[in-house]
Design a protein around this ligand. Structure first.
Ligand code: M6R
Length: 618
């Protein structure tokens, strides 16, 4: 995930602080680095390039630069490959404004085609457009703060911005919408950064900015404005700003995980942000439409992936069939060769891999390609091997995932796949515009729903983890329809993180074999999705054999659950009748449960035994 930092102070060593801050942002993952500084003789210097901080620093002589106001960036590619050109900061045509950005500008395509007419665009990024938009407003005679406000009104999506302007060398401008941004205050000046670690070497006095806030800092002053929905803005009074200063006492190690004890829990809690970035990144991306056309006009559709990515693919098969009546064939990547002889020209393969480097998935893609199939990739990593192999790529933009367990990348994959399914339905004409708008508006809110779901699930998962502390046996996680596919991912999390044997299968299969294993107090979790109220019968048959059954259901789902001391119900948040939201309300409980069981047993949830984050071997 991109990291930004900016600083203005009385002395000329801002660049030193910015470089120190960038080093603290490295843990977020990045592929390029850059800084911009206004020198004391009034020049705006930008140096940036692909590579890690140490190499770019040496190659471009970043340590030589001096000035009072500077910004810096670690980029994790979302629009355009990780190249020198696409690295931040980005500037306007006259090289007077330099911008660094974390987030995704959703209306990127329309802004770009508008700006292309009068501006020299030098990168493929959404960020560069912001510098040119401000430039336009300045050309119209506005002062900088008004030009910034007008620009922000035109941006849809998420952003944390730090901006410097050659003609105002002591000011550092900033703005925040849906991406984190923090202000740091110290005697000699002020700073902004996308997270606390970047500021710890400079100050511990912080202000957490809120969505819609923008403004500037200068030595001796902070000005914060707030955009209001009607399009105007007002200035926040100084006393209110001062009252918001908080002092943090984090150690640098704790800070690198954003205050969380492990990356896994941090990433579980990052899901609302990740979903918002996935949605914003895809909704107006022309590639989504292009992919939907390829799906619509293909002979057969196959979805291929490994582990969690395969589970996300199963959810795609479900919604393609349910929403638009199209059958999609799911294949586990390592099983590709058994299907290979049947693949031919006209087939379309949707390959899912968060890393884009999974050996089995790449092998499958290469062999299907040889047989004439077209490939669409869904990945989190721009420029990955899968990205390069594919005819077309969709990016999930979940930000880097450091914990071995896929958490936020799974929910981002699911959201992207649901958007793709509904877009395909519209292309095929089986979903009309009204229905399309309704589903897409619902999916926009997935970020809010998952936020609530995490909050509701966390204490319950913690409690359940305590109950299971001494348990070493197996457990079942059952569902029907959509619930079964969610259960597959839930069971994988329990296995790989808690080291308990968890099996997921369609609940209706119990009587065909697996129920033989059930005896007194055998744990069974039931994922009761709205498509399968009959699953209550499966809960009863398990309880009748002595199992301890927990039925998880959304708050608004009405089920006739009998009074039985062996059956408990866990009410999660309501989906307000929207089945497309159900994956986002059920999975956090199991991510958290697996995490809390692991922690209670003293296992490291970030590095489970025998597993690697990216599996590059057969
Ligand atoms: O990078 P990919 O999405 O291709 O990875 C696929 C699997 O290796 C991965 O999902 C794995 O199952 C994770 N450990 C699940 O948490």
């Amino acid at each position: 995930m991109c990291g930004i930092i900016g600083l203005t102070k009385k002395s000329e060593d801002s660049v030193k602080d910015v470089l120190r801050g960038l080093a603290m942002l490295e843990y977020r993952g990045y592929d390029s680095v850059g800084i911009a500084v206004i020198t004391n003789d009034g020049r705006l210097i930008v140096r940036k390039g692909a590579g890690d901080l140490a190499s770019v620093r040496k190659r471009l002589g970043l340590d030589e630069l001096r000035g009072r106001t500077a910004i810096g960036h670690t980029r994790w590619a979302t629009h355009g490959a990780p190249t020198d050109n696409n690295a931040h900061p980005h500037t306007d045509c006259k090289n007077e404004i330099a911008v660094v950005h974390n987030g995704v500008i959703r209306n990127y395509a329309s802004l770009r085609s508008y700006l292309e007419r009068n501006h020299e665009l030098r990168s493929e990024t959404d960020t560069e457009l912001i510098a040119h938009l401000i430039e336009e407003e300045l050309r119209n005679g506005k002062n900088f703060i008004k030009a910034l406000a007008e620009t922000l009104k035109k941006l849809e999506g998420s952003y944390a911005l730090a901006i410097i302007y050659k003609k105002e060398p002591n000011r550092l401008y900033f703005a925040k919408m849906k991406s984190p941004l923090i202000l740091g205050v110290f005697d000699e000046g002020s700073a902004v950064a996308s997270d606390i670690p970047a500021l710890l070497g400079i100050t511990r006095k912080l202000i957490m900015l809120e969505d819609g806030e923008f403004g500037y800092v200068e030595p001796g002053g902070i000005s914060i404005y707030k955009l209001v929905p009607e399009g105007s803005f007002y200035k926040i009074n100084e006393e209110n700003i001062m009252n918001r200063i908080k002092v943090v006492e984090w150690s640098p190690e704790l800070a690198s995980r954003g205050g969380y004890p492990h990356f896994m829990i941090k990433e579980i809690y990052e899901q609302p942000q990740a979903l918002s970035d996935t949605y914003n990144g895809l909704i107006e991306d022309p590639s989504l439409k292009e992919a939907s056309k390829m799906l619509s006009f293909s002979k057969r559709i196959l979805v291929v992936g490994a582990g969690t990515s395969y589970h996300a693919g199963l959810i795609f098969t479900y919604f393609m069939s349910r929403l638009i009546g199209k059958i999609v064939i799911p294949i586990i990547s390592s099983e590709f060769k058994f299907l290979e002889p049947a693949i031919s020209k006209g087939d379309l393969v949707l390959a899912i891999s968060q890393s884009g480097e999974t050996f089995d998935t790449l092998e499958a893609v290469r062999s299907f390609k040889k047989r004439g199939a077209k490939i669409i990739a869904l990945t989190n990593v721009v420029g990955s091997a899968l990205d390069r192999e594919a005819d077309l790529t969709l990016y999930i933009r979940a930000g880097p995932e450091i914990g071995v367990a896929a958490t936020k990348t799974y929910t981002s994959q699911v959201l992207a796949l649901e958007l793709l399914a509904v877009e395909t339905g519209r292309t095929l004409g089986v979903i009309d515009n009204k229905e399309y708008e309704k589903i897409v508006e619902t999916l926009e809110k997935a970020s809010n729903y998952i936020q609530d779901s995490i909050e509701v699930s966390d204490p319950v998962a913690k409690y359940m983890a305590k109950l299971m502390n001494d348990y070493k046996g197996s457990l079942y996680i059952l569902g029907r329809g959509l619930g079964h596919y969610i259960a597959k991912e839930a069971a994988l999390k329990i296995k790989e993180i808690s080291y308990l044997h968890a099996e997921a299968y369609p609940a209706g299969e119990s009587k065909h074999g697996p129920i033989a294993l059930v005896e007194k107090d055998f744990p069974v979790f039931i994922i009761a999705t709205s498509d399968s109220p009959e699953i209550v019968g499966n809960a009863i048959e398990m309880a009748a054999r002595g199992a301890n059954v927990w039925i998880l259901k959304s708050g608004d789902l009405e089920l006739e659950i009998p009074e039985d001391e062996k059956i408990r119900t866990i009410d999660l948040i309501s989906t307000d009748g929207n089945i497309v939201l159900e994956p986002f309300i059920y999975i956090p409980f199991f991510q958290l449960l697996s995490y809390y069981i692991a922690v209670a047993k003293g296992y490291n949830p970030d590095k489970p035994r025998n597993l690697a984050k990216t599996v590059t071997v057969e």
